[in-house]
Design a protein around this ligand. Structure first.
Ligand code: FES
Length: 317
């Protein structure tokens, strides 16, 4: 954990604030790569992940952008309401689950709304590398698009195209045209709200983009219906203990109530912090962290949100 202070805070767009974090003594922060995020530990015990959006060669500060989400589970509201300049908070070291393939011939960056944050950092890095790239930034309106001034003042401004839902039809995103005829040495990066990601990624798939060249980062899991959730059991291989998981509780919650602490962060199947090995049984994967191929192996799962298809899962705990 690293102790930092909020050294600057700026409104970047309607409901979006940026927060600049630095060590109180001015010492450098750990280096990070484009696409990396930090865990921010909020005063009331919540932990939230935010992508770093400053140029990745900076070490005196971290910059994050936070959308005040009306459906906030508390994190973005706390950031907007409590994080004033001077506020101290603890953060994790940067972790990168959305790395750039830096040797690609060409990169296409697609950002929707607050999904611009990791994409901005990627654009800075690609420009530094002298790489060929194009950035498409979609927002509901210009008032809701953050960091536009920075993009327009950047040395890669001519590589950026803005698309506003309320703008003229000619400037709207035409994903099918932009993703047509994928070249083998071009990589695609997508970050934004679920509907935006589903649209871009399904278009890419239909146009023949290989999964390993279509990189993605989710901010929040789509709401999941718990209507048909059933109960099942998990067994801890170390002790043989069997725990019943009722329909209305997660595996992580039952484990915690039994004194077995699993590290948790997003609690939505996005970050992979809780990943646990499965030795027998078949999980019902509900995460966005594992790839389809990894999920199909059924040898690990995310107990914060995933459940079981078989009556018993044997866990490597
Ligand atoms: S805590 Fe993030 S995937 Fe489980």
């Amino acid at each position: 954990m690293i102790e930092v202070s909020v050294v600057a805070r700026h409104s970047q767009a309607q409901d979006i604030c940026s927060f600049e974090l630095a060590r109180a003594d001015g010492a450098p922060l750990p280096a990070f790569e484009a696409g990396a995020h930090i865990d921010v530990h909020l005063p009331d015990g919540l932990i939230r992940q935010y992508s770093l959006c400053n140029p990745p060669w900076e070490q005196q500060r971290y910059l994050i952008g936070v959308l005040k989400d009306p459906a906030s589970r508390g994190g973005s509201r706390a950031m907007h309401e409590q994080m004033q300049v001077g506020q101290k908070l603890a953060i994790s070291e940067p972790r990168n689950l959305f790395p750039l393939a830096e040797d690609a011939q060409r990169s296409l960056l697609f950002a929707g709304g607050i999904g611009i944050t990791p994409i901005l950092c990627m654009a800075e890095r690609l420009h530094q590398l002298g790489a060929d790239f194009q950035l498409h930034y979609c927002a509901r309106s210009s008032e809701r698009a953050a960091f536009v001034e920075r993009l327009q003042a950047s040395p890669f401004a001519e590589r950026v195209q803005l698309h506003f839902d309320d703008g003229p039809a000619a400037q709207r995103l035409d994903a099918a045209a932009l993703l047509a005829k994928p070249a083998a040495d071009t990589h695609l990066y997508v970050c934004g709200p679920g509907g935006f990601m589903a649209h871009v990624l399904s278009t890419a798939k239909a146009q023949g983009w290989a999964d390993e060249r279509a990189h993605r980062e989710y901010f929040a899991a789509a709401p999941v219906s718990h209507e048909h959730d059933g109960s099942f059991a998990v067994q801890l291989v170390s002790s043989g203990q069997i725990l019943q998981i009722p329909a209305d509780k997660s595996v992580a919650a039952v484990l915690e109530a039994s004194g077995i602490v699993i590290p948790l962060s997003c609690e939505q199947g996005i970050c992979g912090t809780c990943l646990t090995r499965v030795l027998a049984g078949e999980p019902e994967h509900r995460d966005l962290f594992l790839t389809e191929a990894e999920q199909a192996q059924n040898d690990q799962f995310t107990p914060c949100c995933s459940r079981a298809k078989s009556p018993l899962l044997v866990l490597d705990l």
